[in-house]
Design a protein around this ligand. Sequence first.
Ligand code: FUL
Length: 695
Amino acid sequence: MVHFKYFTVVVLIVLLQSCASVAPPKAVGPVPTAPQLEWQEMEFYGFIHFSINTFTDVEWGYGDKSPELFNPSELDPRQWARIAKEAGMKGLILTNKHHDGFTLWPSKYTEYSVKNSPWKDGKGDVVKELAEACREYGIKMGIYLSPWDRNHADYGKPEYIDYFRNQLTELLTNYGDIFEVWFDGANGGDGYYGGANEVRTVDKENYYDWDTTNQLIRKLQPNAIIWSDNGPDARWVGNEHGYAYETTWSPLVRDSIYGGMPNYSTKYAMGQENGTHWVPAEADVSIRPNWYYHKSEDDKVKTLKELLDIYYRSIGQNSTLLLNLPVDRRGLVHENDEKQLKKLTAQLKQDFAQNLAFQAKTTADTHRGNSKKYHSDNTVDSNKNTYWTTDDGTTKGSVTIDFGKPTPFNRFLVQEYIALGQRVKKFSLEAEVDGTWKTIDQQTTIGYKRILRLADVEATKIRLTIADSKAAPLISNIAVYNAPLIVDTPKISRDKQGKVTLEVPEKGLAVYYTTNGEEPSTASSLYSSPIQIDQPTTLKTFTVDPETKRQSEVLTETFDLSKLLWKVSSATNEALTEQAIDDNPFTNWSASKETLNTSKIDLGETVTLKGFTYTPTQGRWISGVITHYSFYGCTDGEQWTKLSEGEFSNIIANPIQQKVMLDAPSAVRYIKLVPTTIMNNADKAIIAEIGVITK
Ligand code: FUL
């Protein structure tokens, strides 16, 4: 007993000594400021694009449109803030002034503002309403103020810089705390410029004198993060897809960069191992193809799979995520966008439901100074301020996590203690499966957060090995999850042969369907290979995760005759005619009025036609849309009868499949759709698809 006590006392003394004597590691390279750290931990926040553009259906206003066009019918920033909060966003950044110069607050420095709009009789202030809503919902507010102003007469002259700073001062003084100030790199070009209607280019490097502007921001809002291509506090990720890079450094060679420089994306956006300043990446992306609301994109909101991919490739790759929600003409975030965002939130909740590494047994090959203070247990204690590290001079090390039993997982999350700089250059992950170690991934940077999406693996132990680092690695957190499958409706497509494919968002999901109009259930047909559908049919389908039993909603699609027997004969012998009848709306036939008038589609048999369908281009930028048409049919390919003529109403605003019913059914074998008017009087019409309605 005496021996044991003596031993314990000695161990305790040694331990205490080691704690006391092991100095913490020193910072390496640039480190974040306190506001930068706080900002990084926000991880996910939203963008709101809203302006006159919303009412004129453009992305970049020229600056010449009347402020009277700004007239939302039920503007409600509380709805935006609620949706953001429910989605887990920690803040919202509003386009207070976009390139067209229109201000969403009643700036005293311009007449081009909400104060001259009919909205609230010119007494409204969108920024104020949003600031109040953000406070109510406990999220932060940021500002976007476009440095380029296509309305202002002085743009390009020194006077404009005073105007710009005056507006910045209004925004940074009157609306409470601002967490981020966003300066777009798109600068200079043609514009209204007070009526001059000319092209004005600026010396992007020097015109704005950013140093002085940044000092003003520091004075008015010392904690705000200033964002631009070169920070100073946070940087553009170099694309608008919402993706950071597998290798993403927060340090940046900041002084070699200026806003809007030409080769920024390829040369600088991923940051640099030896970057001189801490300027972390922010990935910006819109939930729709474009930034502003366009009715034509109501059906183009990103899918759950796309949104998840964005999440993992931004936040999971050492970046924050700025996700745009366009506000519509009502002044609301559209229902479709909210629905998709909710799917993302629900899936993320499932993905990160249980950290399997929390308080697991850990060992490391080495701890700094052999000290408990830097033990590998710190990586699984869920305390962001403790970390595992090694001795000065080492650039390697590994931590093993013992789950104690075979544990299935497919997500690995790791974080560096970035307060002392980003260090890790190369790491790998091994898993002990049935007593044998195997490498399951090898990667480069970690930074604030790295999440690996892995194939399902069941392991008793895992080992993180830092293979190379700028200095001793500092790992503050390791977490392991077993994410369920992405549960969402399948993507339905049919080919020319009539084969219908149901594509699941992720392998392993079960897909059930009916073709008799009944609601599908898990007792319905289980999809295993393409379904042949040649006749008018209603397909209803949904997916189920066999493990968690989670189900998607039911998706309904109606089909008419397949195009198996169809042929196009075009008098001009044009190529790509088949693309109008391949049942693939993403391929097009582009042809003149004349060609379409002399071409015919042979259905291969005589059918009783009740109507027809026309799908315009599904591309991001629409063109060649037929707005007015004549539709003909016949049985012999020669004696045409006009079966219908008219307008595809609202097709430009909403370029989805158009369905036209005939006044009376007609027996036909040949059909042709002839444009009488094409959008913008273009030479050629684009036909993504033509179909028939026989039921
Ligand atoms: C770009 C702008 O030109 C777009 O209109 C949009 O505001 C996007 C977030 O930044 O550079």
